[in-house]
Write a protein that binds this ligand. Structure first.
Ligand code: ZN
Length: 119
């Protein structure tokens, strides 16, 4: 039998009916499988993380009392269709992405809040 990881010979003294030549290759193959599975599940999480990082960046600019606009987010490649939640703050609809909430008014003025992170 050939190792499913490296194609090398699996010796008959390997435990049970192992399809791998050694523990390292069995582990490596398992790791690779879970990585592939994780990769599919996490593509959305990655997008959320990416957009959250953009909000964080613009939030820091805002904290320097500089005006920020919707197009600043656009420039940074922010995904406006993404939100993990929506809520009303002072009667304004805010979109939540991760630990940040943002609001865009009709004039494209942007406000960003940092949410208390849930533990
Ligand atoms: Zn192998």
């Amino acid at each position: 039998m050939k190792c499913r990881h490296c194609g090398g010979e699996v010796l008959s003294n390997r435990h049970g009916n192992s399809r791998y030549c050694c523990d390292d290759h069995e582990k490596a193959a398992r790791k690779l499988r879970s990585k592939l599975r994780y990769g599919k599940l996490s593509s959305l999480n990655k997008e959320i993380e990416r957009c959250q990082a953009i909000l964080q960046q613009v939030y820091l600019i805002q904290s320097l009392k500089k005006p920020i606009l919707g197009r600043d987010l656009k420039t940074l490649g922010f995904n406006f269709s993404l939100s993990t939640n929506e809520h009303l703050e002072n009667g304004k609809l805010c979109k939540v992405v991760g630990n940040y909430a943002y609001h865009l008014d009709q004039n494209e003025n942007l406000s960003i809040w940092k949410l208390k992170s849930k533990k």
